[in-house]
Ligand binder design. Sequence first.
Ligand SMILES: [Zn+2]
Length: 190
Amino acid sequence: MNVLKQHFVLTWKAKNNIISRLSRNGSRLKRIKDAFAFARDSRVLEGTLAIAELERLHDLLTEVEGDVSWRLEGFKGERGELLLQLTVSGRVALACQRCLEAIVFDLDVDSLLEIVPANVDLSQDELEDDTRDFLPVDGELEVGELIEDEILLALPVAPRHEKCGLPEAAKAGERINPFAALAGLKGKPN
Ligand SMILES: [Zn+2]
């Protein structure tokens, strides 16, 4: 009985996973074929990404609606190193760890990443250099996943209202209304 139940859950999860991957592939360009060429040629890519697609964020949020705007710029650094600058902005509704109500959080990601081949071992000096952030890349870069990673790094570890349930908290709740306006866009075709 238990085995059957577990099997059903796994199958359902696997199916869901396939559906979300299909819709990812079918949506706007979020993959770069050659990240090194992208940086070498000083290319720029920008767009919006639905928060609904950023699945690793969902457990932290009270609302899975709205979009984030992002911009990825490639360029060469002074030492000839290949760099990617990623900016992401948008608004997410984090779940307060005390009362589980929404805390509106304005994303302001601005990350400078040095791309290095995934199979190259970094030296100890490089690893200890706090001024550089390395991004090992296998050539192809999943931009959506990078955006998700950088958002996760930018979020507060344990978000809490200063005073749960008091006027300050209510104000934070009111500010979430922009999401209501976006509700009509839910389920729009990709
Ligand atoms: Zn709270």
